[in-house]
Design a protein around this ligand. Sequence first.
Ligand code: UDP
Length: 319
Amino acid sequence: MPRSLVTGGAGFLGSHLCEYLLKKGHQVIAMDNLLTGTVGNIEHLQSEDFQFIKHDVTEYIYIAGAVDYIWHFASPASPLDYMQLPIHTLKVGAMGTHKALGLALQKKASFLLASTSEVYGDPLVHPQQETYWGNVNPVGPRGVYDEAKRFGEALTMAYHRHNHVDTKIVRIFNTYGPRMRPKDGRAIPTFIPQALNGDPLTVFGDGHQTRSFCYVADLIDGIYRLMMSEYHQPVNIGNPHEMTIRQIADLIIDLIKSPSKIIKKPLPVDDPKVRQPDIKLAKELLGWEPQFPIKDGLEKTIDWFAAVLGPKSNTSKNK
Ligand code: UDP
């Protein structure tokens, strides 16, 4: 039975990954310091094949016994979180990645780094291919996340080239689904509760900036395929269906049949104007492409938020 360690295992993506790995027959250790993750995300996974260890991966990681796969997902990941936790974000991307790679070397485990489309910054090339080196402001407020992930990629390649660790790097584009925190500040988990409550949806700037949103189940499937591949360079995983933020807000209002209006708020500093993954490489290499259209994924996500937020929300009366 393969044994996997998922750092950030109690977070949004980490918890979905743990669930997926258990279904694939892995023994799973979820490690998390619960800074932005929560035990509630993994409670339902309790079994003899699942273990939770509360630990901050910037400190030495000790695991008894064999480890076959290390999935390094620990990091604050929403702009609000990493702007409120700038030092933690830099430390986990740098020192946390170092500790996780050190463990991979010691255990002869395969290692996958959860990197990000933020390595492309505010991109001057569109859509973004893996060969694009990006346009990142290293000293802006987003730099703490972008540069930590860029350093993490460099360190991962160094462990691969110099220490011969079997490493993979996934560049994750905007992802959404159940278990996002309603207050994490990202667009979809902000808009859905706002629309469910009949509150105005806070669109930043003129709302013409674009993102391409991938449903979490698609993303996890792509990431699993990448880990099982023999490819060591970065691979984009995301849904290329590009929309403006205003369009996504309107679609959420429409699906919920909410009376909510849109209000405009200032655009955060260095907010990328466009973002769309080129997924040709993932298609060719992994035979992967997303299966969930945005409407289907949003419906599942809305149902989850409506259940979690409870009767205060006005979905049922409006549906
Ligand atoms: N955004 C918005 N209203 C919100 C939250 C986010 O208009 O309440 C915008 C944000 O400025 C960005 C886009 O939605 O242009 C996606 O933001 P998110 O924080 O989800 O992720 P990012 O892609 O910026 O990391």
